[in-house]
Design a binder for this molecule. Structure first.
Ligand code: NAD
Ligand code: FES
Length: 280
């Protein structure tokens, strides 16, 4: 069992937990993820590790209440426990001294960039973070990201804060003005696809942190299958980061939508108080 030590509401539908998980906290590196299962009946859900405190043995997860399992997770409080946390999983982000790195994050993907920024800065990089949200209320961790980055540019779709428009509008401007050695994208798949199209045109190497559906997280089930450079890869063991110019984005988008109807049925049932035997 993994105890929730603190809970914070970052936006109306986004929650942060610090959880006691000493072995994961000791071993995790930037870009790695965990799979949680709330109880013995729970779905297995992957989440990137958003922070760690090795001394206290804690890891941080930040999640949007998107489906049944994350909504259920959001009902837990300090002192409650999660049955399983498997991790750290996946390859860590490749950290080198690249020069200037642009981190492009959108929506709840932003929750996961701090460890990557910290590691890139520690390796001597100049880090320009471009962070997008639909509206100001959904902008995450602005102060922390501003402190950690060399420069932060915020974009909101509705113009309620920062530059009005998508992160790709801002990235296009930055690429116009200065030499960027590598771009790192994390967020909704449509955003990462658009970032990849832009940087491919400009010949700038780009890594994307993919978020396919996962089940076991150990390369056995095939649920997280993605096509990269015409080859089949498993995001859980070969990724989650891949060369964004080689990813078959259309396939990823279509696989992400494969269970949308069933996910909605499950979410509605949970909201209506059904399936009590599976609510812990
Ligand atoms: P969102 O729809 O609010 O979009 C966030 C930002 O992405 C927007 O503000 C915009 O700047 C950019 N964006 C969106 N569509 C774009 C497009 N077509 N072109 C260019 N830029 C675009 O994001 P959200 O609701 O927070 O996203 C949730 C999704 O993110 C879920 O599907 C979740 O699985 C995924 N996610 C991915 C990761 C990952 O590891 N890649 C991590 C967390 C969440
Ligand atoms: Fe099963 Fe990756 S989640 S193979």
């Amino acid at each position: 069992m993994f105890k929730i030590i603190s809970k914070q509401q970052l936006a109306s539908n986004i929650t942060s937990f610090w959880i006691s998980a000493p072995d994961i906290a000791k071993n995790a590196k930037a870009g790695q993820f965990i799979i949680f299962r709330i109880d013995q009946y729970g779905e297995r859900v992957p989440l990137t590790i958003a922070g760690q405190d090795k001394q206290k043995g804690l890891i941080r997860i930040i999640f949007q209440h998107a489906g049944k399992s994350t909504l259920w997770l959001s009902t837990l409080n300090e002192g409650d426990s999660i049955r399983d946390l498997l991790g750290p999983l996946g390859h860590p982000t490749e950290i080198e001294n690249y020069g200037t790195v642009c981190i492009v994050s959108g929506g709840v993907g932003t929750a996961e960039i701090l460890p990557v920024i910290d590691a890139l800065r520690a390796a001597g990089n100049r880090v320009v973070s471009i962070v997008g949200a639909r509206t100001k209320e959904l902008l995450l961790l602005e102060d922390d990201i501003r402190k950690a980055s060399t420069e932060l540019i915020v974009a909101t779709d509705d113009g309620s804060y920062g530059v009005k428009g998508f992160v790709t509008n801002v990235l296009a401007d930055v690429l116009q003005k200065e030499k960027v050695n590598i771009v790192y994208a994390i967020g909704p798949a449509v955003m990462m696809k658009a970032v990849a199209a832009l940087t491919k045109d400009k010949g700038v190497k780009t890594l994307a942190s993919l978020n396919p559906i996962m089940v076991d997280g150990t390369g056995m089930c095939g649920a997280c299958r993605v096509s990269v450079g015409g080859k089949t890869k498993f995001a859980c063991v070969d990724g989650p980061e891949f060369d964004a110019h080689e990813v078959d984005w259309q396939e990823l988008l279509s696989r992400l939508g494969a269970f949308k109807d069933l996910e909605k049925v499950s979410l509605d049932e949970f909201k209506n108080g059904g399936c009590k035997c599976r609510r812990g």
